[in-house]
Design a protein around this ligand. Structure first.
Ligand SMILES: Nc1ncnc2c1ncn2[C@@H]1O[C@H](COP(=O)(O)OP(=O)(O)OP(=O)(O)O)[C@@H](O)[C@H]1O
Ligand SMILES: [Zn+2]
Length: 613
């Protein structure tokens, strides 16, 4: 008799729930630490159809916690490998993988609406906010999750009923993405992490023999031979230099300088596709660094708060490398970074600043470096696994429409109470994302003019318009770019294509008097020249029900005029002159920021205010 892989699940969830799971469609955004765990959980549960999106490729540093990936997958797209690895767990599940940026235009509101639940497993604020906004626009439930060291959090979001991700302000995370550390840093933090977590242990910490053996094994499998060979070569060179540090510390320190700031950078530069979207680094020789004795003007009295010249930074690197090498030689245990160890801090400060210089990134003082280096939080596989499980539980509640069962969950390293759960709060009336109205708008960008869009804004709802009064001061913007306002009429005759507005763009129609909510037109390719406005999914009632401010009883059910304005946002100075269309090409700050949350109050719950990675 064939075994039923779902027997246990059926016993726990029941027949109906299992059937629903088998028919469910879920989207996982991000295939990193949390995303690969979530994917594995969903596949094992037997969710019928899953799509996964990730823009990145697999890095060596991912392998300690992203268990769908192995050595032979280095440099392959995370989404594709995650699909291949997870598919093997359950052949009943269909997975579609996208190696792409989730902010790409192909992932429009209709795409989101094709899913029952979206699970966000991202590592940055901007993309989290974007996915949140798309889910609110599409009216699709979202499970947001994040971890920082031993802390974790899961937030179920149901548009119009619960807080969205943007209802509370989020501090800029002090944690960091590790995968960009080895080759493509873009912030001072990346450089500091590289110096502290990679270079320091390579030279003075635990010797990584095992890592090299693993590289040998991966090379045997024939995958990514060239990059694996490079990594192995780098590891061997570093080990040789580490040995040399014992005998001739000064010469070895100079060679290490040449290797990490010049030779290795030249090797990376030869990989052209790596630099298509990024600024190319500039290799730095010791001789060139020594020539640059210019120190920025500064008034700081304390030495560690002053910015050193490049020459002094290079000297600090050589001195601290020599000092640490001597200590490592006489120490019975490998050295570990300690921000209060002067040599270690000098090493990390100088190495990270030299790397920052190479990558055209601002440098940091020793004082700043100490603060940043002391704050780095490692990603922990167990936290990711637990948070992923909690996220999937929320997704199951959503799928079963057990809305009352949804819980925010905060996880902390607390012996008495590891988890704190509470029902999600209602939407914040000051949240731009929750207050804005989202309408899918069919256009033909080569024929539809901005005037056509304005006409639709003025038309009554019964004729498919937005019902703005003839005398209402309306503006139309593409992000921060204002295309039309009462002082800027030159663009009205231009097509959307002329204005560099493509399908996939969101145009914001803003009522200057703040009497109506901002309307977001999600542009979609249509058949007619005149824009056709549709409520997402044709579910007008549902969308209307999502309004934060209750509708007055007298308003007609079918009238968009019933959309009340959110609480007034920042006052807008009026313009003294008519602006020309040529002005419009220039990015100007939006008069009223659309969906801006900077004025949103801080999270109402202390528990909810953890920094998400
Ligand atoms: N705009 C985006 N589109 C698609 N995927 C994204 C986007 N932004 C981030 N991601 C993905 O989200 C995932 C987040 O996973 P995680 O936090 O574990 O980061 P990581 O890069 O795998 O690990 P680490 O940053 O700790 O090295 C990453 O795989 C990253 O590529
Ligand atoms: Zn909100």
């Amino acid at each position: 008799m064939a075994t039923d892989r779902y027997a246990a699940e059926r016993a726990v969830l029941g027949d109906d729930a299992l059937k629903r799971l088998r028919q469910a469609r879920m989207l996982v955004v991000g295939a990193g630490g949390i995303g690969s765990e979530v994917l594995k959980d969903l596949v094992l549960l037997g969710v019928g159809y899953i799509e996964i999106i990730d823009l990145d490729t697999i890095d060596l540093s991912n392998l300690n916690r992203q268990f769908l990936f192995q050595k032979q997958h280095i440099q392959k797209p995370k989404a594709h490998v995650a699909k291949a690895s997870a598919s093997a767990f359950n052949p009943d599940v269909e997975i579609v993988a996208h190696h792409a940026n989730v902010q790409g235009k192909e992932f429009d509101v209709a795409f989101y609406q094709s899913f029952d639940v979206v699970l966000s497993a991202l590592d940055n604020l901007a993309t989290r906010r974007y996915v949140n906004k798309m889910c609110v626009a599409a009216g699709v439930p979202l499970v947001e999750s994040g971890t920082a060291g031993f802390l974790g959090q899961v937030q179920p979001i149901r548009a119009g009923h619960t807080e969205c991700y943007d209802c509370t302000a989020h501090p800029t995370p002090t944690t960091f993405p590790v995968c960009t550390i080895r080759s493509t840093p873009s912030t001072p933090m990346h450089c500091i992490v590289w110096a502290k977590n990679w270079l320091f242990p390579q030279l003075f910490g635990e010797d990584d023999e095992a890592g090299d053996a693993e590289l040998d094994e991966a090379a045997k499998s024939g995958e990514n031979a060239q990059e694996l060979e490079n990594l192995r070569c780098e590891a061997h060179q570093m080990r040789a230099l580490r040995t040399e540090l014992n005998d001739t510390p000064h010469d070895a320190a100079c060679k290490i300088f040449a290797k990490v700031f010049d030779v290795d950078i030249q090797r990376l530069l030869s990989m052209d596709d790596m630099w298509e979207q990024r600024t190319r680094p500039t290799p730095l020789t010791l001789a060139a660094a020594r020539e640059d004795t210019h120190a920025p003007e500064q008034t700081e009295a304390l030495k560690d708060r002053r910015m050193l010249s490049l020459a002094d930074t290079a000297q600090l690197f050589l001195d601290s490398t020599e000092a640490l090498a001597k200590r490592a030689q006489s120490s019975s245990v490998p050295l570990a970074f300690d921000k209060d160890d002067a040599d270690a801090l000098a090493f990390v400060t100088s190495a990270s600043n030299l790397r920052a210089h190479v990558y055209h990134i601002p440098r940091k003082t020793q004082f700043e470096t100490k603060q940043i280096a002391g704050n780095i939080i490692p990603a922990i596989a167990t936290t990711n696994a637990i948070v992923s499980g909690l996220a999937v539980v929320q997704a199951l509640h959503m799928l079963a429409e057990r809305w009352d069962a949804m819980r925010m969950v905060s996880m902390a390293r607390h012996p008495a109470r590891a988890f704190t759960t509470f029902p999600p709060a209602p939407p914040n009336p000051a949240c731009g994302v929750c207050n804005d109205m989202y309408l899918v708008t069919d256009v033909r960008v080569n024929e539809t003019t901005l005037g056509d869009v304005l006409e639709v804004a003025r038309k009554p709802t019964s004729e498919g318009g937005l019902a703005y009064d003839e005398d209402a001061e309306v503006s139309i913007a593409d992000g921060a770019r204002i295309l039309y306002d009462p002082d800027l009429e030159d663009n009205l005759g231009k097509t959307l294509a002329d204005l560099r507005v493509d399908v996939g763009t969101t145009l914001s129609v803003v009522d200057e008097d703040a009497k109506k909510a901002t309307v977001q037109l999600l542009l979609h390719a249509g058949d007619a020249k005149a824009p056709q406005v549709r409520w997402p999914g044709g579910r007008a009632e549902e969308v209307r029900a999502r309004r934060v401010v209750p509708k007055p009883a007298s308003d007609s059910e079918s009238d968009v005029e019933a959309i009340e304005a959110p609480p007034p946002r920042a006052a807008v100075p009026s313009h003294g002159r008519k602006r020309r269309a040529s002005d419009a090409g220039v990015e100007v700050p939006a008069k009223r920021k659309v969906s801006d949350t900077t004025d949103a109050p801080q999270g109402s719950s202390e528990d909810a205010a953890i920094v998400l990675d």
